[in-house]
Write a protein that binds this ligand. Structure first.
Ligand SMILES: [Zn+2]
Length: 237
């Protein structure tokens, strides 16, 4: 009986720590202001020595600047790719140090995941990293204090053409065009994600970019989309 109550208490505390924190996630950004016809393409889980490099070539050809939410320990293994992302004028955001879900991190580990990635990526980018995307979109209560200490803001997305289920390239391009709106933040994967995600993305990108341009959209980094800071539309994840 007592054990049962303890278990119930622990479960309630964990729910407050994780699910409850999603209520606080009202402070996270999902989209930019709808004042201009601009869209931010964001790439998660890199850098990848093969797929990020190919993505960079494609973005360069299409003259699109975007935001890359890098995993710290992957960035440490691919410094050349990180340098090329920066040199091409893209924005670097943080996707945590090891891509561990914050639902599985205590306060100290949360601080370490966010702080270590912030320090490493800011140095690699040669400017402070301002945006953080929680791995798997999962937040916990200590995340907000850790982000405040780093001067980072939590950024989700308003369009996600491929989530937990693989979607063919053509379907992804259509999905983005159908849901496109001024200030949209599009969640894409240039590494990891669902099996084969970077390859499908690369096939989807040309039609996606051309389609959005034909619909009158320009491209911006998340930083540009949200400038000046504080004017972004906030929403609950
Ligand atoms: Zn991720």
């Amino acid at each position: 009986m007592i054990l049962g109550r303890l278990a119930l208490g622990a479960a309630a505390a964990w729910a407050a720590y994780t699910l409850g924190a999603h209520v606080l996630a009202a402070g996270c950004v999902r989209r930019g202001p709808a004042t201009r016809r601009r869209i931010a393409l964001t790439f998660d889980d890199g850098p990848d020595a093969v797929w990020t490099e190919r993505t960079l070539v494609l973005l360069d050809k299409q003259q699109v600047r975007a935001s890359f939410f890098l995993v710290g320990e992957r960035a440490a293994r691919a410094p050349e790719t990180v340098r090329r992302i920066v040199a091409a004028g893209h924005e670097i955001g943080s996707h945590g140090w090891s891509h561990r879900s914050l639902w599985l991190c205590g306060p100290r580990r949360t601080e370490a995941e966010i702080g270590r990635a912030h320090r490493f990526l800011s140095e690699a980018a040669d400017r402070p990293v301002l945006h953080f995307r929680p791995p798997w979109g999962m937040v916990n209560a200590p995340m907000f204090a850790a982000l405040r200490r780093c001067g980072e803001r939590c950024v989700f997305w308003s369009i996600q053409p491929e989530g937990l289920r693989a979607a063919p390239a053509a379907e992804q391009a259509e999905h983005v065009m159908r849901r496109a709106h001024p200030g949209a933040i599009v969640n894409l994967h240039d590494a990891e994600g669902v099996r084969g995600a970077p390859e499908r993305l690369l096939a989807a990108l040309p039609a996606m970019i051309e389609g959005l341009r034909a619909a009158g959209y320009d491209f911006a980094t998340v930083g540009e989309l949200l400038e000046p800071r504080g004017s972004a539309t906030l929403g609950i994840f």
